[in-house]
Structure formats: structure tokens, C-alpha cells
Design a protein. Structure first.
Length: 338
């Protein structure tokens, strides 16, 4: 079926809708990207399709999104296949695009705007299932915060004319050896979208109804408000991150956060953010999100009461003004005297 330019633009807008007050772009020669604070007009989309200026979409509209995009940044198709299988298990039709330089984007399209946190939660579940928990997901935030216009992060959209000519930025047929789909416009027209009610059902079946509110963490500076019931060592570990024994530290923090009454989901969210502040010594890598989940799960299995003062992961953060400290010191004295 042939389409006029205007029909193509309208179809493109229908599939890839989000923030209309600004967009992202990049230089195809240097790869440098930046934000353009101008409305997304038909001319912007036409320029993208013709290969003049790439158009990157900010998918969030407050706390809603019409798309989910998962960015697999290497040319290995195995995780992409695994993702498609798992998303099909959740009855979420997903489509693969070869991205502009390397790797693949996997897209899910929603009929109407869906709650971003729910979409992101499901994507994370799938990525955890396939052992790729650190893969980038768009939208990158659950919602746009603050009064001034903020847009979150943009994702470069498919069908940038210049790349299409090199068989890049195009959708691939996962059922046919990942060959380039011949008519990208027929494909875009006929792809299956997901009803946000289905997303709600998935969340009801698999997780909590509400997004856990994160306590204010002051960018994990020294004051970690909302967590006053924690002993000083735990506050320091949260604020500064750790350099060694990350899994042990994660377990100890989970025990402390559980002790002050935080629910499992919130502790997982907090500690996944905390791991970014770790600076592993030597060549060691950071603890992964999957490992964080495992440590939190094990902390929630039993009613652990110990403050872990003797633990090697906690000792470097001990503060002698801590009320627990004198008790610990006394028991140490008693042990030394024996
Ligand atoms: S005494 Fe124990 S609980 Fe208190 S700061 Fe030291 S290690 Fe933490």
C-alpha cells in the first residue's frame, strides 16, 4: 500500500507519541546528542524520515507512556530472543529494531498511555528473568518530577532516513531470521498494541498495586532523611557506598532497613539505587541488581535481630557515639576478660 508523506507522518506520530514541547537529536557524524527545545512539528518528523535531522522522543507524559523500549547495546541476538519469549509469556507483543550503530531496540506499543512505573516494573521483571537486569529501559523514569519543564531521557526513533538506507533503524522480522521487514509502513500500521488494562492486570497478578514512594535521600548525601531509625553505620554505608564486601554489606543494610519497617519492594528499590554509589576496589565490578534482590530476599527470610557490629562489612563504618557501641564494647571487654 502506498502512502502520502502526510499519511506516513501521521502514522509515525500515532506510534511514537510522547512529549511534544521538546525533542532530542544527535550528530550522525560525531554521535554527540543534545536536546532541542522546540515543538515536535510535522517538519521535525519529515526531517527525520528524510534523513536530515534525527528525532529522539521523550516518551514520558507526566507519569504515562505510549511506548516501552529496551536497549540491547551489543549485536548478540540471544538476549533479544529471550526477551521476546518472556514478553510473549506475558502476552506483550514486542518488536525488534536494529539500532543506528550497534545492537537492537525492542519495542512494545500501548493503545493509550499506560502508567510508566507499571510498564517499567514489568520490563524489569522480564530482564531479571533473562539475566540481563542492567539493560537500559525507556522511559527511564516512573514520572516527571518538579514544576519546571523536565522531560526525562529521550530515545532515538526508528526510520531515520539516512540509516534506513544502510538497513539500520529498521524493524526486523523475528520469525524470519531477523531479516529487514520489507514494508516498514505496513508493519507500523498493522503491529499489535497493548491495552493498558492488560498492564494493570499483570501488575495485580505479579506485584504491588502502588509504586513504592522513595524516601528523600538528598542525593545520598550524608543526611538520609526518612531513615532515622537506622544506626550510624548503616546511614554511612548508604550515604557513602562501600568499596569491598558489597554483598555482605547489602545483606546487612537489608536487615537494618527491614528492622525499621520498610517493605521488601522499597528496600530493593533503595539498594538498587545505592549500588551506584559503590566504588569496588581493584578490578571488581559493582554488585548487580539481581544480586541485590537475592541479598534482600535472604534478609527477609528470617527475623534477623543482630546489628552486625562484628561483621567485617560493617566495622569500617562504626561510630563510637552510637548507643549500641557501649553495649558492644562492654561485651567485647567481657569476652577479652574471659
Ligand atoms: S555500634 Fe554497631 S550499630 Fe552502632 S555504629 Fe557501630 S557497628 Fe553500627
Amino acid at each position: 500500500m502506498s502512502r502520502s508523506n502526510l499519511e506516513k507522518i501521521n502514522l509515525f506520530k500515532r506510534r511514537f507519541s510522547g512529549e511534544t514541547r521538546a525533542y532530542g537529536t544527535y550528530s550522525p557524524s560525531s554521535g554527540r546528542s543534545w536536546q532541542v527545545k522546540s515543538p515536535v512539528t510535522n517538519r521535525v518528523i519529515y526531517g527525520h524520515l528524510m534523513g536530515q535531522e534525527p528525532y529522539g522522543l521523550y516518551p514520558l507524559q507526566k507519569d504515562r507512556t505510549r511506548i516501552l523500549a529496551v536497549d540491547f547495546d551489543d549485536d548478540n541476538l540471544d538476549p533479544v530472543n529471550s526477551f521476546l519469549q518472556r514478553s510473549s509469556h506475558y502476552d506483550l507483543p514486542a518488536y525488534v529494531e536494529r539500532s543506528k550503530s550497534k545492537g537492537f531496540h525492542v519495542w512494545v506499543f500501548f493503545e493509550t498511555p499506560a502508567a510508566a512505573w507499571k510498564v517499567r516494573r514489568i520490563a524489569q521483571e522480564i530482564l531479571n528473568d533473562i539475566d540481563r537486569p542492567d539493560t537500559e529501559v525507556f522511559p527511564k523514569q516512573d514520572k516527571i518530577l518538579g514544576e519546571s519543564p523536565q522531560f526525562g531521557n529521550f530515545i532515538n526513533l526508528p526510520l531515520f532516513g539516512k540509516s534506513v538506507r544502510e538497513n539500520r533503524c529498521v524493524f526486523l522480522d523475528a520469525h524470519n531470521d531477523y531479516r529487514v521487514i520489507e514494508n516498514q509502513w505496513d508493519f507500523l500500521e498493522s503491529l499489535q498494541t497493548v491495552d493498558p488494562a492488560h498492564v494493570n492486570e499483570l501488575i495485580e497478578l505479579n506485584g504491588p498495586e502502588e509504586a513504592p514512594p522513595l524516601p528523600s535521600t538528598s542525593s545520598w548525601g550524608c543526611e538520609v532523611s526518612g531513615l532515622e531509625g537506622l544506626p550510624p553505620c548503616a546511614r554511612k554505608m548508604l550515604a557513602e557506598g562501600v568499596t569491598t564486601l558489597q554483598r555482605l554489606a547489602c545483606f546487612r543494610l537489608s536487615v537494618q532497613l527491614r528492622r525499621i519497617g520498610l517493605p521488601y519492594d522499597l528496600v530493593v528499590a533503595l539498594l538498587i539505587e545505592w549500588r551506584e554509589y559503590n566504588r569496588p576496589s581493584g578490578q571488581k565490578r559493582r554488585i548487580t541488581a539481581r544480586e541485590v534482590r537475592a541479598q534482600v530476599a535472604s534478609a527477609y527470610l528470617n527475623d534477623y535481630r543482630s546489628f552486625g557490629c562484628e561483621d567485617e562489612s560493617v566495622k569500617p563504618f562504626c561510630v563510637s557515639s552510637c548507643p549500641v557501641y557501649s553495649r558492644t564494647a562492654q561485651s567485647q571487654d567481657i569476652r577479652d576478660a574471659k
